[in-house]
Structure formats: C-alpha cells, structure tokens
Design a protein around this ligand. Sequence first.
Ligand code: MN
Length: 201
Amino acid sequence: MIKIDQSRAPFAMPMLPWAKSALAPHISAETIDYHYGKHLQTYVNNLNGLVASGEFASSSLEEIVRKAPQGPLFNNAAQMWNHTLYFLQLSPTPKTRPTGPLAAAIDRDFGSFDAFREQFAKSALGLFGSGWTWLAADKPGGKLSIVNALNAGNPLTEGKLPLMVIDVWEHAYYIDHRNARAASIEAFWKIIDWKVAESRF
Ligand code: MN
C-alpha cells in the first residue's frame, strides 16, 4: 500500500524503492535524474516555501491538494502528490495485470482489461498539452472512471479516489521517446505495478 504519509510541512521527497536505472529501457536513468531529481525536487522545494507561513502550514499534503485554491500552492502540492504516486506505482518487477476486486471492477466498468487499456491509452494520447491521465474510483471499491486532468490536476479535487496515473507532461518522456507520446504509453504498461492500484482501491 502506498501511503502518502505527509502529515505537515516541511514535506520530504518520497524515496524511490528501486535504483534509478532499474526501469530502463522503458524509463532511463537520465529521465529519473531529471524527472525525480530536478522536476519533483523543485515542486517540493517550492511547496515548502509557499506553505511555511500560510493557513496550510499545519495541513497534510492531501488536505492542501483538496482545499487549496487554484494557484501556485495548489500547483506545487498537487505536483508533489501526483509524482509521488506516479513514481511509487512503477516497478522493474510489476504485477502486470490486476486481479481480485479491481479486475472485476475494470471488467464491469470498461468491458475488459484490454478495453480499459485501449480507452486509457486513447485518453492519455488525446490530452492536449501538459497533464495527467488517471484511473480513479468514486469511492473505495466503487465505480471506476478515466480522468484527464490538465497541468497539476488531481481527482481528489472532484472527491474521487486516485488509483493509478500516467504523467503526460513532455518532461516525463521526451528524453526517452522524444515526441512519441504513444511509445511512452506503451512503455508505461511494462512497468506499472497493479498491486499498487489494487491496494488503493
Ligand atoms: Mn512529471
């Protein structure tokens, strides 16, 4: 179970449970160096600076994402939350298909796992600009949906439970796949660990 255990500022970087070269060739060590080491680190640093003296100084990361108004505080908090789930759901030795209640819900709400993958990939490919494509549930164990969110968007702000996510900002794939977002989505399926989404569901 991924715990985003960030009860109040200052928030710390999530620790990666694998070596930065472990996801290659799907995601290279160079991408991890930039995406985790520079982009995410910058969001965390910005967030800690913004939150220090304001009304959210005693709030958890998740509370800030749920309640902060649109603007720099929300953007940096949500980017920290989103990237934490994104990185921690990836694995060099993933469970490549869901089983149990999540698999049953995918069959119920999308028809089949293959139909879900096709619809999710189409959504991620079709998102214009920078953002995130989410699999979310309306509640634990509830109805599933695919949510396209621009910029730092997160289904928590719609009262939904995020289960898994692909980062479709160009910074997530440009080093490894250049402009080919479709290739980066194909690579994503090789390293997404369904155990994480199952435990969140
Ligand atoms: Mn990113």
